[in-house]
Design a protein around this ligand. Structure first.
Ligand code: C5P
Length: 227
């Protein structure tokens, strides 16, 4: 079977990463979670004091982009790669609501996007990759053989994210999570650079009513049709 590029885009918490991980494992492909890269840059900006709830020194972040080294390191126990920022494992800390509430402002900065898109294109240069994000089918790999655009209602997505955060021991309310999901949807789809839009040739999948297995089976049929 020939190796292809699978691009998965969609709003936050649409189950992109669950599907991407399943596909990568099944096909023996690499999985690249591009959201983790934007989250790691955001975490860096928070640690350096460039961004908090009320201010964002975009210039300072842009001037220091060359100091940010991002790497995915495969963890065999978990079965997927974890995000490292300048040698530190940041996989857990980048998933907190504190990072989620700032990441869309950071991801709207063109210089940040340019740096990360270049790395993503290098990681997928040899195909055999499943990459998820917001602009994979439109900007990073416009020629991907299979493009999926995932959707689900904001309430369904907020409930999923809330359950995940609570399971990890985070103290959050459903309302806070829903507000964050809606805010990110709005910023991600209206920003000037690479807004989240469905690529013309992407296949839309609304998984509000699909089980994980049903969704996986449906997508495997799509994969088979292009390989
Ligand atoms: O996928 P995840 O929800 O972890 O992404 C976090 C944020 O990173 C998104 O809300 C979006 O602002 C940004 N992002 C992006 N482009 C991507 C992936 C993520 O702008 N390709």
């Amino acid at each position: 079977m020939k190796k292809i590029t699978i691009a998965i885009d969609g709003f936050s918490s649409t189950g992109k990463s669950t599907l991407a991980k399943q596909l990568a494992k099944h096909l023996g492909y690499a999985y690249v979670d591009t959201g983790a890269m934007y989250r790691a840059v955001t975490y860096y900006a928070m640690e350096e004091g460039y961004i908090d709830d009320n201010h964002f020194d975009e210039k300072a972040l842009v001037n220091n982009l060359s100091n940010i080294n991002l790497r995915f390191v495969f963890n065999a126990d978990l079965g997927f790669a974890e995000m490292y920022l300048n040698g530190q494992n940041v996989e857990k800390v980048i998933r907190t609501l504190a990072v989620s509430s700032k990441v869309s402002r950071v991801a709207a900065v063109s210089a940040v996007r340019a740096k990360l898109v270049e790395q993503q294109q290098q990681m997928g240069a040899n195909k055999g990759v499943v990459m998820d994000g917001r602009d994979i089918g439109t900007v990073v790999f416009p020629d991907a053989e299979l493009k999926l655009y995932m959707t689900a209602s904001a309430q369904t997505r907020a409930q999923r994210r809330y359950d995940e955060l609570i399971a990890k021991g985070d103290k959050v309310t459903y309302e806070e999570v829903l507000k964050n999901v809606q805010e990110r949807d709005s910023i991600d789809s209206t920003r000037a650079d690479s807004p989240l839009v469905k690529a013309d040739d992407a296949i839309a999948i609304d998984n509000s009513e699909l089980t994980i297995q049903e969704q996986f089976d449906k997508v495997l049929t799509l994969v088979a049709s292009v390989t």
